[in-house]
Ligand binder design. Structure first.
Ligand code: NAD
Length: 353
């Protein structure tokens, strides 16, 4: 498996170094070949190439089997005409990574304010309210006059149907339940179409049960009784917000893995941002990126029918639980190690798995 590694901005280089250590241990322990090719994106690329991402980099990623994207300082990138492109949006759009898979679970050893749970948010990733990706050219947020802004949301049957299928396929390999989250009481046509498409796909999965929730009420349900949820499928912005809530409910945003996947490509990416407030201090939690790398191995193994990658992904998930419970982690989740030492401890445990 060839993976392009883009460390990113802020805490990206530290957390990516720890992740690479774990990936190398996984390939050693499970006996598969892994070619990790480092390149740059974000501020480094802007300085060197005049753009945060380049067409040459996209070609490289297209020729590889997967991409690991470190957190990017996206808020700094405001003017595309100056090469300031949001790398995360760029890859999601160019590679048609339509499904953002964000698992969240509670962990032994990490305090959490709600009942124990284990769920996955499946978020549509290519349209909705995201003005930078729901239109072929230009942006779908417009300043009509100095005092009037119009932001458009795009919903298509194709995108609803394919995200629904991703959710039901995932649920059928888990606890066989899908919850549809929407705002069809207000966005009657768009979210009405989303619900319809989800129910159409549900007919192909008779052993998966389905319910649905209005997004505002969902905030209460997921805090009050998160254990009732298995797979949650929703549109882009609702999924963005809801998955940060579920990650935080699990004990820390730093514990949320995230995979962006399409029919041919996939990108592992931390759920959090570049955290400039703690960059370079060796205190950032690398778990989110490590768990995302595990998801990427799992995706590749299933797609190419190579069980070693799936076994490695499974071991990474189990090792995370062991390492967290043993306190071999960063301070934000109750440990006393730095970022680099956390990566080393994780890799060591994985070699012993
Ligand atoms: P952030 O997620 O970077 O940080 C929020 C808070 O969480 C900060 O206090 C930070 O120290 C803490 N935090 C984040 N990750 C952590 C980790 N791994 N370990 C320990 N603590 C961690 O959000 P922000 O400060 O709003 O954004 C900073 C930059 O990141 C902005 O430019 C924003 O646009 C960008 N961003 C990028 C992504 C992405 O690349 N996917 C996602 C969100 C934000």
């Amino acid at each position: 498996m060839k993976i392009i590694v883009l460390p990113g901005d802020g805490i990206g280089p530290e957390t990516m170094a720890a992740t690479v250590e774990v990936l190398r241990a996984a390939s050693q322990r499970f006996g598969f070949e892994l070619a990790l090719e480092h390149d740059i994106a974000g501020h480094d690329s802007l300085r060197r190439h005049g753009a945060t991402v380049t067409p040459a980099l996209l070609d490289k990623v297209r020729a590889a089997d997967g991409l690991m994207l470190g957190p990017m300082a996206t808020f700094d990138f405001k003017d595309e005409s100056k090469g300031e492109i949001n790398p995360s949006m760029f890859f999601r759009k160019e590679l048609d990574l339509y499904a953002n898979i964000r698992p969240s679970r509670t962990w032994q050893g990490v305090p959490h304010k709600v009942d124990a749970f284990d769920l996955v948010v499946v978020r549509e990733n290519t349209e909705g309210f995201y003005a930078d990706r729901n239109i072929a050219s230009g942006g779908s947020e417009m300043l009509i006059t100095e005092d009037v802004v119009v932001s458009l949301r795009r919903i298509t049957r194709l995108c609803c149907a394919r995200i629904a299928r991703a959710a039901f396929e995932l649920a059928s390999a888990r606890r066989k339940h899908v919850s549809i989250v929407h705002k069809a009481n207000v966005l009657k046509i768009g979210d009405g179409m989303f619900i319809d498409e989800c129910h159409k796909v549900a007919r192909d999965f008779p052993d998966v049960t389905v319910d649905d929730f209005i997004v505002d009420a969902m905030m209460a349900h997921v805090v009050r009784a998160p254990q009732r949820f298995d797979v949650i499928v929703t549109t882009n912005m609702f999924g963005d917000i809801l998955s940060d809530l579920t990650a935080e409910l699990s004990g820390s945003l730093g514990l949320g893995g995230s995979l962006n996947m399409g029919a041919r490509y996939a990108m592992g990416q931390a759920a959090h941002g570049s955290a400039p407030d703690i960059a370079g201090q060796d205190i950032a939690n690398p778990f989110s990126l490590i768990l995302s790398a595990g998801q990427l191995l799992d995706w590749h193994g299933r797609r190419t029918n190579q069980p070693a990658y799936v076994a490695a992904a499974d071991a990474i998930a189990r090792t995370a639980a062991i390492v967290v419970e043993a306190g071999e982690s960063t301070r934000d989740v109750g440990g006393n190690l730095g970022t680099a030492a956390t990566g080393r401890a994780f890799a060591q445990r994985l070699l012993e798995a």
